[in-house]
Design a protein around this ligand. Structure first.
Ligand SMILES: *[C@@H]1O[C@H](CO)[C@@H](O)[C@H](O)[C@H]1NC(C)=O
Ligand SMILES: *[C@@H]1O[C@H](CO)[C@@H](O)[C@H](O)[C@H]1NC(C)=O
Ligand SMILES: *[C@@H]1O[C@H](CO)[C@@H](O)[C@H](O)[C@H]1NC(C)=O
Length: 383
């Protein structure tokens, strides 16, 4: 029954010709498209073409709920359009739809792990290594990290010891949705920040203990104050948000409260990277992609008019176009060196285009190679 419904909706979406954002004919200099002469052993010497496996942890924005929903059909938001997810979706080509997985396939067409089609996280044929679960809070990515490890170990197309893996994480929105119910909300204890931070640390530690040759790329938290600007005068959206995100519509949880907690989360994420907690093994590292941090405005189609084509019909999740747009900004942030990454982008401007890795430092940017790239060229690269 569920499959029938999905199929019918999929056909409808095709018929609607849903708006999307792709990068037709995108390519970079041959020197940055090439893989290393020898498989690198350090996480700080990994070229994009060396990445063989992609995985993701997260919530409904990683499961891509509603991303392929036809306009005006909020019920289709229960469907998980994993193949369109900005962190890991692999439904379409990069020409048609930008995701990190679709970009990486330009470097390595045999990339394993990209999600396809519609379905839940426990169906390998759909999810592949997209472990995102709708409604997940930061505490839930601990279980997702374990599921990712066991899924990788149980699929022979993945060589867990030898293959370089990229794991994308995006989490936090649902922590905000229940934050106002937390007894610590009214106290001054920095409970939210530390719990959120500790949950991420616990999850990433599981990855570090079980997955050699892995780079974890965390998409930084966004300021959920922005969502309230979308609600304004859209009573239909407000109703849905009350249902989907209680605290977002709780007026006692003020705009400043929401923003303060979100900023606390961002600081926690930065701390994890900057304290070097996950830089104690040479074949594992952790990088934050902070492009969401400074965004205060939703995307606009004209001055003051929110661009609803960016959102699924519930005004909360991203549409296919929203995923393509965010996928573009995430990729562009990934290729920037740590310390020089953009902390805000213009969501209203889809014409930015995809950037290429640097020709002078062609590696996946990490805390170490961003400080001193020359030290991370291996001897076989230099001869
Ligand atoms: C992409 O390449 C094809 C084939 O070379 C060409 O027909 C098409 O116009 C190109 N598209 C863009 C947007 O450059
Ligand atoms: C904390 O604030 C929330 C929202 O205003 C309220 O519902 C709750 O009762 C308060 N809790 C305590 C312990 O004061
Ligand atoms: C963002 O992009 C839109 C569309 O190009 C443009 O109209 C707007 O001025 C830009 N906003 C900022 C703050 O640069």
């Amino acid at each position: 029954m569920r499959w029938l419904v999905s199929t019918v909706l999929l056909l409808c979406s095709v018929a609607y010709g849903l708006k999307d954002l792709g990068a037709p004919n995108w390519s970079c200099d041959a020197s940055v498209m090439a893989k290393s002469k020898k498989v690198p052993t350090s996480a700080h010497s990994v070229r994009f073409a060396d990445i063989k496996v992609i995985g993701a942890l997260g919530d409904s924005l990683t499961a891509a709920n509603g991303a392929g929903a036809p306009p005006g059909d909020p019920l289709a938001v229960i469907l998980q359009y994993r193949g369109l997810a900005f962190q890991i979706g692999g439904d379409k080509s990069l020409d048609e739809h930008i995701t990190v997985a679709n970009v990486l396939r330009k470097f390595n067409p045999n990339l394993v792990g990209a999600s396809k089609g519609i379905g839940s996280e426990n169906v390998w044929e759909v999810a592949h290594l997209n472990m995102g679960v709708p409604g997940a809070e930061s505490k839930d990515i601990i279980g997702q990290a374990r599921a990712l490890v066991s899924t990788m170990h149980s699929h022979s197309e993945i060589n867990v010891k030898e293959d370089w893996k990229l794991v994308n994480i995006f989490i936090g929105a649902n922590d905000i949705c229940v934050y106002c119910e937390d007894p610590f909300f009214n106290s001054t204890a920095p409970h939210g920040k530390t719990t959120f931070e500790n949950n991420i640390i616990t999850a990433v530690k599981i990855l570090q203990d079980n997955l050699p040759r892995t780079i974890v790329s965390l998409t930084g938290m966004f300021n959920m104050r922005m969502l309230r600007k979308i609600d304004k005068k859209k009573y239909f959206c407000e109703g849905l948000h009350t249902f989907e995100c209680d605290c977002e519509s709780n007026q006692k949880f003020t705009d400043d409260d929401i923003q303060g907690v979100c900023f606390g989360y961002m600081d926690g994420e930065k701390d994890i990277q900057n304290t070097g907690l996950f830089d104690n093994k040479d074949d594992f590292t952790f990088v934050v992609q902070p492009f969401f941090n400074g965004i205060l405005d939703p995307p606009y189609s004209s001055p003051g008019v929110v661009d609803m084509t960016f959102f699924a019909p519930d005004c909360f999740h991203f549409s296919a176009y929203g995923h393509g747009n965010i996928g573009m900004h995430l990729w562009n942030t990934i290729v920037q060196p740590v310390g020089f990454k953009q902390t805000s982008v213009n969501l209203s401007d889809p014409s930015v285009g995809l950037h290429c890795p640097s020709t002078s430092c062609p590696f996946f940017p990490t805390t170490k190679n961003s400080k001193n790239c020359a030290a991370h060229f291996t001897l076989s690269e230099l001869d």
